[in-house]
Design a protein around this ligand. Structure first.
Ligand SMILES: C[S@@+](CC[C@H](N)C(=O)[O-])C[C@H]1O[C@@H](n2cnc3c(N)ncnc32)[C@H](O)[C@@H]1O
Length: 382
């Protein structure tokens, strides 16, 4: 079976490495897309363990040079729908077109739906109904440079929005991005891990979940369930196995923020994620770290001038620079949209790259590769 994993921009290399780690064969990596092949049981495993990607699709059909709507109709019609649509589920069609002759996404959606309904409808099927209470059969027609992919969404809602966040604050970091940086940081779990502007604790919670080997989606339902796609009980067994592999060990994650209200919300999130035993909550101004030794790993997402206008942001970043510079052994990773940081830190010593947090462009700063490990180089040099 052929699969497609989608992820945020720049996260492809780590998504690919996570896939390769399981010995699956990668067939193609494009911008935000990782194609690979494996047995269908993977649907359950990958959704359950998905930390950095957005959705997992089955590639039902694909063809190059789909440059007319008739060709699209034929491609969809000739797909083996009965194999997957073995019950009357409401169908939702979605579409995206990138650099392709066929570019009207509403028309692509309509044609896709018509071809499916023409192929499989009979009186007992209620395919056109879009009832939000039923599990949705989401078909995604994806066009890129005139190649069309007819995809079945196995994940349902996107996988970067974690279940543990009952409440957030301004400017939370995207969970998949937080997990990506933690994986990249090569944090050795027995050592200290800091986030000195922790907000609603996304980075600290993702770090603790990685250290404790908690499958990120252990408490969630997916659209592949109840579809007769997998043997009976397969997914339940997988979840039980994942639960039995959670480490009960506590870790030393220090999450601090200047704002007490946000920390109270963050505590609830950490409790929901069942990692509150490994995160130490501290109300603290990051400037206080100037007088302390900060060792091992620091991953942080300090405030952006865009949102927090009243802060004297320049002075705050100068203090951040002092802390980073003073603690020579510290392995640090900073994500920020504050572009003047370039004029504060000595860029020749550090690495900077562009990223997107939600739709906001930001920058990711870290020490140069010479000081980083082989694994980190591999993730960067995709
Ligand atoms: C961009 S938000 C961090 C969001 C966080 N990564 C999350 O996912 O929720 C920046 C945080 O920095 C905190 N902050 C602002 N000034 C600070 C200071 N001087 N010391 C410590 N924290 C500060 C704010 O309260 C805010 O929670």
């Amino acid at each position: 079976m052929k699969f497609l994993l989608t992820c945020s921009a720049w996260l492809e290399s780590i998504a690919k490495s996570e896939v390769i780690k399981q010995w699956w064969t990668i067939s193609e990596v494009k911008d935000r897309l990782v194609f690979f092949e494996w047995e269908k049981e993977l649907i359950a495993k990958l959704n359950l363990w998905s930390r950095v990607w957005n959705k997992l699709y089955i590639v039902l059909n694909e063809w190059k040079n789909i440059d007319t709507f008739d060709k699209l109709y034929d491609l969809v019609y000739n797909t083996d729908w009965k194999k997957y649509l073995n019950n009357p589920y409401p169908i939702v069609t979605k579409a995206t077109s990138i650099k392709s002759i066929i570019s009207s996404t509403p028309t692509i959606q309509k044609i896709t739906k018509k071809a499916i309904v023409d192929k499989v409808t009979n009186k007992s099927w209620d395919l056109m109904l879009e009832d939000s209470n039923k599990p949705i059969f989401e078909v995604f027609s994806f066009f890129i440079e005139d190649s069309a992919y007819i995809l079945l969404n196995t994940s349902w809602e996107t996988l970067y929005k974690r279940w543990y966040k009952t409440d957030t604050w301004e400017a939370p970091i995207k969970e998949s991005l937080a997990a990506w940086i933690v994986l990249l940081s090569n944090w050795r779990f027995q050592d200290n891990f800091y986030d000195f502007t922790c907000g609603s604790w996304t980075i600290a919670i993702e770090a603790a979940m990685i250290a404790k080997n908690i499958a990120p989606w252990i408490f969630r339902h997916f659209s592949f369930e109840n579809r007769n796609l997998l043997p009976n009980g397969y997914f339940d067994n997988l979840k039980n196995e994942a639960k039995s592999k959670i480490y009960s060990k506590k870790y030393n994650i220090i999450a601090s923020d200047i704002d007490e209200d946000i920390l109270n919300k963050a505590k609830i999130n950490a409790k929901n994620a069942k990692v509150d035993d490994s995160i130490t909550f501290i109300k603290k101004d990051l400037r206080d770290y100037k007088n302390e030794k900060v060792s091992w790993t620091l991953v942080s997402n300090p405030p952006y001038w865009l949102r927090l206008k009243n802060l004297d942001i320049k002075w705050l970043y100068r203090d951040i620079n002092i802390i980073l510079d003073k603690n020579k052994d510290l392995n640090w990773w900073i994500i920020t949209a504050y572009t003047d940081f370039d004029n504060i830190i000595n860029l020749s010593k550090y690495k900077k790259r562009k990223l997107y947090n939600w739709n906001e462009m930001c920058y990711f700063y870290s020490k140069k590769f010479e000081t980083n490990t082989k694994k980190q180089k591999k993730y960067f040099n995709k």
